[in-house]
Design a binder for this molecule. Structure first.
Ligand SMILES: Nc1nc2c(ncn2[C@@H]2O[C@H](COP(=O)(O)OP(=O)(O)OP(=O)(O)O)[C@@H](O)[C@H]2O)c(=O)[nH]1
Ligand SMILES: [Mg+2]
Length: 184
């Protein structure tokens, strides 16, 4: 960001643009969460599985404009995630808290991500959403954390929040944390 842009941003005249990568297994609720954040928030129609990726832009109350790369979580598209690692300032990783069976797959994908050379060198923060908190019998955030081995992440800041993608509950708490992390 140039000096002039930084000055205007600090005055709140323009918002700082931040690129965010949104990942997680298919069906975790990534697109549902993003749809709920759009200003045009028309009542949610049925969300369809993402093909490849979608780009969504929205402003937050934190003087930030987020450009979110909403990636498909389907196995055949997961290789695309790494192409965005050099250009994003934060990662949001959505966990389906109701899907205990595939928690180990989510853990493998997270490990692959954290071992990526680009990300090892870039200590960008990761916000985890333990989504589908409304589903009875699902994992709590601390159970998700245990299942994915989050406590082992020592080289960067991270947090986990319980969310409901459909109602948006909990999403704001996560975005507040992210905005604080992205302050400079
Ligand atoms: N019960 C419940 N269902 C949810 C929640 N969030 C999303 N869903 C549902 O989960 C399903 C998958 O949501 P998507 O947003 O398409 O998931 P995705 O992570 O974008 O999936 P891909 O695009 O295939 O990677 C949809 O039927 C949503 O309505 C939630 O918090 N609770
Ligand atoms: Mg999607």
């Amino acid at each position: 960001m140039g000096l002039w842009s930084s000055f205007l941003t600090s005055l709140g005249i323009i918002k700082r643009k931040v690129n965010i990568l949104l990942v997680g297994l298919d069906n975790a609720g990534k697109s549902t969460i993003i749809n709920g954040l759009k200003v045009s928030a028309v009542p949610q129609t049925e969300v369809v599985p993402t093909v490849g990726f979608n780009v969504e832009t929205f402003s937050t109350q934190h003087r930030l404009t987020f450009t979110v790369f909403d990636m498909s979580g389907q196995g055949k598209y997961r290789d695309l995630w790494e192409y965005y690692y050099p250009d994003v300032e934060a990662i949001v990783f959505v966990i389906d808290a109701s899907d205990k069976i595939r928690a180990c797959v989510a853990r493998d994908e997270l490990e692959t991500m954290l071992q990526n050379k680009v990300l090892r060198d870039r200590k960008i923060p990761i916000l985890f959403f333990a989504n589908k908190m409304d589903v009875e019998g699902g994992m709590s955030p601390s159970e998700c954390s245990g299942a994915l081995g989050l406590e082992e992440i020592k080289d960067r800041n991270w947090t986990i929040c319980a969310t409901n993608g459909i109602t948006g509950q909990g999403v704001g708490v996560g975005l507040d944390w992210l905005a604080e992390e992205l302050k400079y």
